[in-house]
Design a protein. Structure first.
Length: 220
């Protein structure tokens, strides 16, 4: 009887998450925003979630390539991230093991300087809190970039100091082994952070071994 009840609960939670993810994928709030705040192209929300993944990759927002392919981190930045994590491409894209949720679900477009715009705020306000409530099984969160770090540290009651620099956040706010879930702050794996990584050799010497151990534990 207990097994049957557990199975019913599991199926209900799967259905709830799938229905919620389908609502996110059909969201058009940014397209329908008034005036210049409107998204300049058709939304294509990207997320990868499940009720079994214990590892969450929390990032900023999709880029143009992800917008085209709907596959997050399908670029050299993703290759570097997978090297940092010490996981294969196959494991990284196994939704049963790894959830991937950015702060903005759609490519936000470019600034006049041709840089990616920040994540759209509608996503966080509308979807994120309830989405993560549907995934209580998450044991480890990789918070990539300041938007993801600010949100997840605050959500878990560990807010970051206003104005803290990247080295302060990545070097000093990795959470503790008994935190539930474990929250690990990372720089974005883009080539734009090559200089930062060279200036901070402790990242590769100290943070990456801890990261790989926590990732291995979460996808065990």
């Amino acid at each position: 009887m207990l097994k049957a009840q557990t199975a019913m609960i599991d199926f209900a939670s799967i259905a709830d998450l799938e229905a919620y993810a389908a609502r996110i994928r059909s969201c058009r709030l940014c397209r329908d925003a008034p005036g210049p705040a409107r998204l300049p192209h058709e939304p294509r929300p990207v997320l990868r979630v499940s009720t079994t993944a214990r590892l969450l990759v929390a990032s900023q927002a999709p880029g143009a390539r992800v917008h085209a392919t709907r596959l997050p981190f399908n670029d050299p930045s993703g290759d570097r991230l997978r090297t940092w994590m010490n996981v294969s491409r196959e494991t990284f894209y196994d939704e049963a093991l790894v959830a991937i949720v950015s702060m903005g679900f759609c490519f936000p477009g470019y600034s006049p300087a041709k840089a990616d715009l920040p994540p759209r705020p509608e996503c966080r306000r509308t979807w994120h809190d309830d989405l993560f409530a549907l995934m209580p099984q998450i044991e480890c969160i990789l918070a990539i970039g300041r938007y993801a770090q600010d949100y997840h540290f605050a959500r878990l009651g560990r807010p970051l100091r206003s104005g803290a620099c990247l080295a302060d956040v990545v070097g000093g706010r990795q959470g503790h082994a008994n935190d539930a879930p474990r929250l690990i702050a990372l720089p974005h794996p883009s080539w734009r952070n090559n200089a930062w990584i060279k200036r901070n050799p402790w990242f590769e010497a100290e943070v990456l071994p801890m990261l790989r151990a926590e990732v291995a534990r979460a996808i065990r």
